[in-house]
Design a protein around this ligand. Structure first.
Ligand SMILES: [Zn+2]
Length: 98
């Protein structure tokens, strides 16, 4: 595989380059397809860690940290939503049930 494309993940076999659709990015080890490049990178690091090159491992670590930040952000927003709902219903109960 050539390294000419910066957006193409290293684990992709290069047969499918479409950015969307069920056959967007195909794993060169197991043949599974992913609709986005970062999903293929994460798949490679989780399912085929022994097959990764140095570049693919670096891509996986960077993508893993990026996803962890997204998950942490989602958890904080979900907790905030639950707190707002809880106190919203609590105040509605205090106002209308008395
Ligand atoms: Zn695979």
């Amino acid at each position: 595989m050539d390294d000419t494309s910066a957006t193409e993940p290293a684990l992709a076999d290069g047969s499918e380059t479409g950015g969307s659709g069920p056959n967007g990015y195909r794993c060169r080890v197991c043949g599974r397809s992913f609709p986005a490049a970062h999903l293929l990178v994460l798949h490679g690091g989780v399912r085929h860690p022994s097959e990764l090159t140095e570049r693919e491992s670096a891509e996986f670590r960077a993508e893993y940290e990026r996803e962890e930040r997204q998950i942490r952000s989602f958890r904080i927003r979900a907790l905030g939503t639950l707190v707002v709902l809880y106190f919203g219903f609590l105040f509605m109960y205090a106002i209308y049930a008395s």
